[in-house]
Structures are given as structure tokens and as C-alpha cells.
Design a protein around this ligand. Structure first.
Ligand code: CMP
Length: 140
């Protein structure tokens, strides 16, 4: 399988509860390397632009308010099949459906406050990484 890069976000419900290290330990234990990382506080407009694909969903306003409520950690994970591996380590979007041992099963509070985001495909990974990082900031 090819080496890939994917965007990961540690969401406000997790940064608030000081879970950044515990969450990143799970990525690293799964063989993913953090090759870029920063802690930022998104504006509602920035959150809205990032999640524009969901703009017609009923939860869009709530999602943007939540993502702009407190700091997030945005990071790039690299590894063999990183996009699928990241999604496996995160678990299902809805924590009540997430497999035991996954980040969302252990830490998420609800489908909205679900602790982490991860890109869902190679095309979205490139766009999402470029939204937050320049090429110079990716140090593999
Ligand atoms: P994420 O992987 O970041 O991608 C879009 C986000 O929308 C998703 O995780 C959830 O946090 C959020 N989301 C999806 N469905 C719902 C829902 N029914 N209610 C609130 N938020 C949702």
C-alpha cells in the first residue's frame, strides 16, 4: 500500500478536556506519523469554509459554532494507507456506533462533539491539508 497523507483535526471537545496527547498516542501506536501540527482557534467563517461540503445539512450551523467555540489542533498524519488507517483509529462518526478501542468510542461525547475529524479520500485530503498548511510546513 502507498504512503499517504491525511488531515486530522482534534476538535474543541477534546482540546477542552486536555486529551490531545492521549488521542495522538493512538495515532502513533497505529503507525501514523505527525508530520505537521498547529493549535489554532478557528473563526466561524473559517470553520464554515472548511466544512462547506455540509452547508445544506441541518447540522451545519451547529457544526460551525462548535468548531469555532474553542481551540483545535490541526495536523497531518503520514503512513501506509494513512487515510483509511486514520478513519479506523477514529471509529464511526457516531460514537454509539464506534468500535471499542477507537478514539470516538473512548472519548467522543456525541455525534457533533466527536473529538476528531479525518479526511475521507485522497482528493479531500489534499484540499484539506492545503487549507491549513503550506508545503514548507510538511516535514515528513
Ligand atoms: P466530521 O468527520 O468532522 O465531518 C462532519 C461532521 O459533522 C462530523 O464529523 C460530525 O461531527 C458532524 N455531524 C455529522 N452528523 C451530525 C449530526 N447529525 N448532528 C450534528 N453533527 C453532525
Amino acid at each position: 500500500m502507498a504512503t499517504e497523507r491525511t488531515l486530522s483535526i482534534i476538535k474543541p471537545d477534546a482540546t477542552r478536556r486536555n486529551l490531545t496527547g492521549k488521542i495522538n498516542a493512538k495515532f502513533e501506536e497505529a503507525g501514523l506519523r505527525i508530520i505537521a501540527q498547529k493549535r489554532i482557534h478557528l473563526s466561524k467563517a473559517q470553520a464554515g469554509e472548511f466544512y462547506a461540503v455540509h452547508k445544506d445539512r441541518p447540522f451545519y450551523g451547529e457544526l460551525c459554532d462548535f468548531m469555532a467555540s474553542e481551540p483545535v489542533v490541526v495536523q497531518v498524519l503520514e503512513g501506509e494507507g494513512a487515510i483509511a488507517k486514520n478513519r479506523e483509529v477514529m471509529g464511526a462518526t457516531n460514537p454509539s456506533e464506534a468500535e471499542a478501542g477507537t478514539i470516538r468510542a473512548e472519548f467522543a461525547l456525541s455525534i457533533g462533539e466527536n473529538s476528531v475529524h479525518g479526511s475521507d479520500a485522497p482528493e479531500t485530503a489534499s484540499v484539506e491539508i492545503a487549507y491549513f498548511f503550506s508545503g514548507l510546513e510538511l516535514v515528513g
